[in-house]
Write a protein that binds this ligand. Structure first.
Ligand code: AMP
Ligand code: MG
Length: 390
């Protein structure tokens, strides 16, 4: 239902970091282009490797990275070779410097070597014409290096998504304004800013919108005109001041409404014109949990990315956890290593959906299934790290 952008742009290699490839990138050459040495040592012919005892060889020259030995090496000869240097014709093994004795031009090697050893084969990294990076891949630091190794200076990437967001709530004030009793600072726009910036989207921060249907309607229309996706926080429950659902019914469409998760219920999802829409809860922790579980994968899909699943794995839990049947829970956890070096998780303190410090000290979610359960210290639990994912 949420369609991916299809708007390729040609950008310089460095600019492509974090962007999603709009085309397959084919390897323009074999990488490495030639068989080359993985070690500093001596290039020899495999026929000269002794099966037992030692063998004396004549060193006839040197091969450097970028400065090859151009003659063909004859039987009984060896060439001093440096890491990265092209393996000379006639040679098909490299003996490590530490495993040879050299006196002037006289080289002595022992047994136990094998043909092909210490040689990086032409094309072992990439062969010419092979898909080096596929369309839909988000460019990582290694990818910049990979394309640089092919001499590719520009790539086609999708344009960044534009995401507009605003907070709803009469109680919300912006930083710098004085607070009266019952008023609070708007923190959701800051966590959203952080999470969206990490995703590499272009951000349109529309500030705080008051709990008035006309104000919310106006903000929706402006947001949808300028963005691929609109995100709000607050105002999606069934309280007297919760107008998001009502207004969305008028100006757009709602796809689903209540989700059996904690924290996070309620959550609105739909469309306003061509733009996708996520109405996140107001509680600061619920905003982050629903963002990571729903908004982030959806935005990555809309940005053109093909692989959007988050890693999850099982580790022993050091804390005692208890949950009722009915909803999946995303408790905040701290993954760390114990004294034996094993990864373990413990929960952060307060798990209330307004306790943002629990998110601040956490580095993962402890994902608990809908069934009721009691976790005893040492029991395995599923964790989902949320740092360093994008
Ligand atoms: P609501 O869903 O609008 O009823 O909000 C639920 C709770 O989250 C209330 O305690 C709100 O004050 C709080 N809240 C809503 N929006 C924000 C925000 N942008 N920053 C901090 N807290 C918020
Ligand atoms: Mg509200």
């Amino acid at each position: 239902m949420l369609t991916a952008v299809e708007c390729p742009q040609k950008v310089a290699l460095r600019v492509a970091l974090g962007r999603v490839l709009a085309q397959d990138v084919l390897s323009t050459a074999d990488v490495p282009a030639h068989d080359n040495s993985a070690m500093d040592g001596y290039a020899v012919s495999a026929r000269d490797l002794p099966a037992s005892g030692t063998r004396a060889l004549q060193v006839v020259g040197s091969a450097w990275a970028g400065k090859p030995f151009t003659a063909t090496v004859q039987p009984g000869e060896a060439v001093r070779i440096m890491t990265g240097a092209v393996v000379p014709a006639g040679c098909d093994a490299v003996v490590m410097q530490e495993q040879a004795e050299c006196d002037g031009e006289q080289l002595r090697i022992g047994n136990g070597h094998r043909p092909g050893q210490n040689i990086r084969r032409a094309g072992e990294d990439l062969s010419k014409g092979q898909v080096a990076l596929a369309r839909g891949h988000r460019m990582q630091p290694a990818d910049l290096g990979l394309l640089a190794s092919l001499g590719i200076s520009e790539v086609h990437v999708q344009r960044p998504l534009r995401v507009a967001f605003f907070s709803t709530g009469d109680e919300l004030r912006s930083i710098g304004e004085p607070l009266e009793t019952g008023q609070i600072y708007d923190s959701n726009r800051y966590t959203l800013f952080g999470m969206l910036t990490r995703l590499g989207v272009d951000i349109i921060d529309m500030g705080v919108v008051r709990d008035k249907p006309e104000a919310i309607r106006d903000a929706f229309v402006r947001a949808a005109a300028n963005a691929d996706c609109v995100i709000t926080s607050g105002g999606v429950s069934v309280g007297d001041a919760d107008y998001v659902k009502q207004v969305l019914d008028e100006v757009g469409e709602i796809s689903f409404w209540k989700i059996a998760m904690k924290p996070g219920r309620p959550l609105a999802f739909g469309r306003i014109g061509a733009a996708g829409f996520f109405g996140l809860p107001g509680n600061p922790v619920a905003v982050m949990v629903t963002f990571y579980q729903f908004v982030q994968p959806a935005l990555r899909h809309m940005a053109g990315e093909t692989e959007v699943t988050l890693p999850q794995f099982t580790v022993p839990c050091l804390s005692r956890l208890k949950k009722r049947a009915g909803r999946s829970e995303f408790q905040r956890g701290i993954l760390s290593r114990d004294a034996q070096g094993q990864w373990v998780v413990r929960k952060t303190g307060g798990q209330g959906s307004g306790v943002l410090s629990s998110m601040s000290s956490a580095n993962c979610f402890i994902v608990l299934p809908p069934q009721g359960m009691e976790i005893e210290p040492g029991d395995p639990v599923l964790v989902e790290p949320f740092h360093a994912l994008v």
